[in-house]
Design a protein around this ligand. Sequence first.
Ligand code: SAM
Ligand code: SF4
Length: 339
Amino acid sequence: MNPADDLDRNTIFDGFGRRIDYLRVSLTDRCNLRCRYCMPTHGLTFAPDDALLTAAEIESVVRAAAGLGFRKVRLTGGEPMLRHDIVDIVGRIAAVPGIADVSMTTNGTRLPQLAPALKAAGLRRVNLHVDSLDKANVEHLMRWSHAESLWAAADAAEAAGLVPLKLNTVVARGYNDGDAVDLARLTLAHAWAVRFIELMPFGTSAEAQFSVDHYVPNSEVRARIEAALGALEAVPNADPADEARNYRLADAPGTVGFISPVSEPYCDTCNRMRLTADGKFHLCLLHDDEIDVRAVLRAGGDAEAVRDVLRRAVAAKPTGHSLRQGVHTEDRRMHAIGG
Ligand code: SAM
Ligand code: SF4
């Protein structure tokens, strides 16, 4: 029998009947930017290097996941391209039988240097973080970023064939809520998916308050775009687990998407498991529950032992987030989970 056929028969479901087949792997909690809703500029502590999973350990977890029916892997962080072994990691994951799609969420600052090597190693596409087209707004909201580097990243991704390109925009009132129209207008000229993400609270209550205070519902973002650019026509989701609701402006080659975890939670179609850079399965983005896999790896656990931890993690996934009950992730900020 072809081993790929055998892999195709494997599937894993959580306690609520959701098929879990998508692993988001955070490679580091460090970042070269300090987006206001994600990382403070002071008082941060980072996982020490020896706490981070090595490339070989990440490969072991991905092999275990593929054995249980996971098919997609997304690399994230912090900024995943800060890992000096990023090309090796991509190559190892892309070579795992059963893994059909390897992608990355990135701020793009290192893409001009790395895009061709990442593509050659097996990376298929990138989601690029772009909060504004306005130079001053980029520097205000994403702090150490520059508008020029975002465009250099988009060019590099397209030149290397890391497509279709998705642009992720987190909307924060008073910072970039006025920029949504210009971002959506990009889809009239480019075959890009421009996606607007609602702010979510993380970290201490003082930090989480930023997201509460600056939250903009996507219904408002959509209304602004339609008032300026015309009606958005719904585009059927090719992937039922796509967290974005997608639309198209008339005759646009690209699409406009809305990711609305706060106003329209999509927990009932959740298909994902998260692995933190320090080797914990983080069971739901917006809860603190975790199960340690690094300890099993470093105690010499074999493939079955790693699969067993992952089975337990999938079985323990909560039904969904509890933001309306005032519960959010307090132990980790977004940069230490990966989004
Ligand atoms: N550094 C990479 C980047 O910015 O794309 C990858 C990691 S970042 C944590 C992943 C995604 O999380 C980004 O699209 C970012 O905009 C989003 N994000 C960060 N903090 C957020 C928050 N408080 N609410 C909603 N999305 C957030
Ligand atoms: Fe860094 Fe991404 Fe967080 Fe911005 S959102 S600080 S780029 S990890």
